[in-house]
Design a protein around this ligand. Structure first.
Ligand code: DGL
Length: 276
């Protein structure tokens, strides 16, 4: 393994930065390639067939170009639909992101859990399976939100979330029968932890949020145990604000690189921006 081989993070948009951030804390010297499928965004309103066809092919091209030591699908929608196909297609380790229902069940006192994801994620049998295995004594309510994905993208591009819009989306859970009892919300889309403080400010008091980011970061550390990383020279590195201090060589890749993506890249602070 060459020291400079990066970890490749993949999402439809900026959501995967919520997985990069806890990874940075544990592996500050890890070179990172962050790939956003801007041409395919958003995933949450697409069909299973579209995602299953798109994601393995894109990751194949990304792996060929960047030769990562590890691939992280930092997207619940892509992982719950295409993880097995991606693993079968690539000859590099692949870590997926799945709804954090297990930790939510461990945290919940009321035994009512809300799963907030994309529409494509919350309808997956994968979610039924997680609920049956890890939260069989809980009521698990689900809501798919496309609006929250857009609000998170806009926030990272510099536009503050509207509290009324967040309240409307959270009502998708709380207004369901039994929803008033929810005490833990699973952020089952990687975009949503980017809005956690904003959502907590409008959610009923005492509701807690959980997501898979910290667990994935620990898994990445485990899978790269004993591997060498580039040695940093000089003072603190420049890096994306949402993802913590970075290596100057970190790359942001878009599948479509237009004006919106260039503006986003500069708001995020990535020095290197490329088109796939
Ligand atoms: N961030 C993605 C997820 O975790 C998908 C957002 C979207 O493109 O709809 O599900």
């Amino acid at each position: 393994m060459i020291d400079t081989a990066p970890i490749l993070f993949f999402d439809s948009g900026v959501g995967g930065l919520s997985v990069v951030a806890p990874t940075r804390v544990l592996l500050p010297n890890a070179p990172i390639v962050y790939a956003a499928d801007s041409a395919g965004f958003p995933y949450g309103t697409r069909s299973e067939a579209e995602i299953a066809a798109r994601v393995p092919a894109l990751l194949g091209r990304l792996v060929e170009r960047y030769r990562p030591r590890l691939v992280v699908i930092a997207c619940n929608t892509a992982s719950t639909i295409a993880l097995a196909a991606v693993r079968a297609a690539l000859d590099v380790g692949v870590v997926g992101t799945v709804p954090a229902i297990k930790p939510a069940a461990a945290m919940s006192r009321s035994r009512v859990i809300g799963v907030l994801g994309t529409a494509a994620t919350v309808r997956q049998p994968y979610v039924d399976d997680l609920a049956a295995r890890f939260a069989s004594d809980c009521t698990v309510l689900r809501y798919g939100s496309a609006a929250l994905v857009e609000i998170a993208e806009a926030k990272l591009a510099g536009c503050a979330p509207d509290p009324a819009a967040l309240t409307r989306e959270l009502d998708g859970l709380f207004a369901q029968p039994g929803g008033g009892g929810i005490d833990v919300i699973v952020n089952a889309c990687t975009h949503f932890p980017l809005l956690e403080a904003d959502m907590a400010a409008v959610a009923p008091a005492g509701v807690r949020f959980v997501d898979g980011g910290p667990g994935i970061a620990r898994r990445i550390v485990h899978l790269t145990e004993g591997q060498a990383w580039p040695v940093q020279v000089g003072p603190a590195q420049v890096g994306p604000a949402q993802a913590g201090p970075a290596q100057a060589e970190d790359v942001l890749v878009f599948t479509r690189l237009g004006e919106t993506e260039r503006r986003l890249a500069s708001a995020l602070g990535f020095a290197r921006v490329e088109a796939l």
